[in-house]
Ligand binder design. Sequence first.
Ligand SMILES: [Zn+2]
Length: 210
Amino acid sequence: MLAAPPTPLICIDPGHGTIPAIGRQTEPIGPSSSQLKIKDGGGTAGEAPVALAIALRTRAMLRRDGYRVAMTRTGRTYAGGNIERARFCNVRHAALMIRIHADGSSDSSLHGLKTLVPALHRGWTDDIYSSSIRAGRKVQSAVVRQTRALDLGLLQRSDLTGFNWANVPAILVECGFMTNPAEARLLRSNAYQSKIARGLTAGAEAFAPL
Ligand SMILES: [Zn+2]
């Protein structure tokens, strides 16, 4: 008799919140790289609590639907870098790592929602490149459908430590701009956080069906 496949585990990584003493440290941008990058620049003002609130809502929805969920942080602070965040998801063999962030810009008119995905880098991301793009497309369209936010599409990034160390499909959703007053108001509201969480849940479930 065949064993039933395990229930997919979705790993949720609410960005930032790193305690400053650790956040200021650096870490290699990818395995055996000599290029060092700060562990956490802190993010844009107000980003860390919004990311956590959206993550907690998403966890509740995924669990209600029967998924296993692990979160890199469930409290205000985190005591690790982006390598630890990636490893946390790797060792759990996550079906998907969803990193939740919000954007900032000196141009307060900018608004909208985009999903970052790993760029192709042999030895670092070639194992997760295509699957991450597939996940990114599904999540981006589901979140835009729920929120009706401006669709800024997918963006491939080669400079994100949390992607370069990931061995599981990984995406980073920039849920909107904290520097746009109207969008920031939405991002802080329960109703809009729930819409984003519904989109993240629908996208993750489309990518990793039960
Ligand atoms: Zn961020």
